[in-house]
Write a protein that binds this ligand. Structure first.
Ligand code: COA
Length: 379
């Protein structure tokens, strides 16, 4: 029997490689659903921890189930000595995504995880923010703090990073940002995690690989670029339109705009825009939100861009929100990773449930029949 004709799709664009019940993206409406529920509604009414539970279990938790889940998370928040040594001794100028990836990977070496995939998933969700906050403090020469079990994931992270309990609204805002990043279909990092899981490798390896994929500038990274752009505009003598004229003149893209799926508006950006507005109204300092509105208006009027269906994405507003909460700029992509850990782990658990090894093919376009040349005869 001859092999079936291969399907050629470089970049796997629009290729279905898995069934999922976790998240659904409709770029036309546009909407993002987690287990069938609109992410915007969850952002308004629910929490990151509830959403993680929903993604893992298919249903929102009862109060009792949520309490039990929170207890599981708080029990596993502390990292082992091995992990904390790696994090605290990392050079101050280490890239935070590298530190986070190494911390997650190291956790499986130091018996810091559980027996079952689900226990490992809890470990990732609970320990990743702890390790990241510890690095944030250690590189500033500050003493690292023990996690608090009376705070939820977002509030505990801000406490462990900034050394003081955040006010309730700030913790709520970070919680919403994490929730909005929790899952997003089969993006590159999630696919990476699923490919690793499909070999029946463990969940820590899958998340370690996913973090590596998210680190690339074509995936994570634009939220940091947006904030750096705003700081550069603020420090320059130029106004927003002058700066953008030059940027586009150099053939660069404006970070925080454009999306492969959403062509009208990214629904996550819709929620974060209102939060960015609120944060800006209640925080001293430059009017980052006003500048973002100017950037948005410029791109709307700029026909070259607008006619291509380029609109704000999730990264346009998340940066100024994190910045106002005291999160360092180079922690913005790791924050994305912390939020997405819920989706990565849920997707890996789903892959295990109905696994088939992911093994596509590459078309060989190299030479054939090349003769071996002994080393002394090579030129
Ligand atoms: N600023 C200016 N022009 C942009 C743009 C942006 N942010 N995003 C896309 N374009 C232009 C491209 O130059 C291209 O123009 P062309 O057809 O004249 O060559 C056209 O719009 C389509 O871009 P393309 O790269 O094919 O779209 P894509 O779906 O592959 O890319 C992104 C999606 C997200 C990679 C892209 O929009 C981008 O690089 N955005 C900036 C980075 C960012 O915000 N990333 C976070 C994503 S959540």
């Amino acid at each position: 029997m001859s092999d079936p004709e291969p399907i050629r799709r470089i970049g796997l664009e629009n290729v279905i490689v898995a069934d999922t019940e976790l998240s659904h993206i409709d770029g036309e409406k546009p909407e993002l659903l987690y287990r069938g529920i609109d992410a915007r509604e969850l952002a308004e009414k629910s929490s990151y921890e509830e959403t993680a539970y929903l993604l893992w279990n298919g249903e929102l938790p009862t109060r009792e189930e949520l309490d039990g889940f929170r207890e599981e998370l708080t029990e596993r928040r502390a990292v082992s000595r091995g992990v904390s040594e790696v994090v605290e001794h990392a050079p101050d100028d280490a890239v935070p995504m590298d530190v986070l990836r190494t911390a997650v990977s190291t956790s499986s070496v130091y018996d810091d995880v559980g027996e079952t995939p689900r226990e490992n998933a809890v470990s990732v969700l609970a320990k990743a923010p702890t390790a990241l906050a510890a690095f944030g403090r250690a590189r500033e020469g500050d003493e690292t703090l023990e996690p608090r079990d009376d705070l939820d994931t977002a509030a505990n992270f801000l406490y462990m990073l900034n050394g003081e309990e955040p006010d309730d609204r700030h913790a709520e805002i970070l919680d919403t940002a994490l929730l909005l990043h929790a899952d997003h279909g089969l993006n590159a990092s999630t696919f990476t995690g699923r490919v690793i899981a499909s070999t029946e490798s463990d969940i820590i390896s899958a998340v370690t690989g996913a973090i590596g994929a998210l680190k690339g500038p074509l995936h994570g990274g634009a939220n940091q670029d947006v904030m750096e752009m705003l700081l550069a505009i603020d420090e320059s003598d130029e106004d927003v339109s002058g700066y953008l004229d030059e940027m586009l003149g150099r053939g660069e893209r404006v970070p925080g705009f454009g999306h492969r799926v959403y062509k009208e508006f990214d629904p996550r950006a819709e929620v974060l825009k209102e939060i960015a507005r609120e944060v800006s109204e209640t925080t001293d300092g430059p009017d980052w939100f006003g500048m973002l509105e100017e950037v948005e208006a410029y791109l709307r009027e700029e026909k070259r861009i607008h006619e291509k269906g380029i609109s704000p994405n999730v990264d346009l507003y998340s940066g100024t929100v994190y910045y106002s909460l005291g999160v360092p700029i180079d922690f913005f992509v790791p924050m994305f990773a912390v939020g997405r850990s819920a989706g990565w782990t849920a997707q890996v658990l789903e892959q295990y449930d109905d696994n088939r090894l992911v093994r596509p093919r590459a078309e060989y376009v190299g030479r054939n029949g090349v003769e071996y040349t002994p080393i002394d005869e090579r030129e």
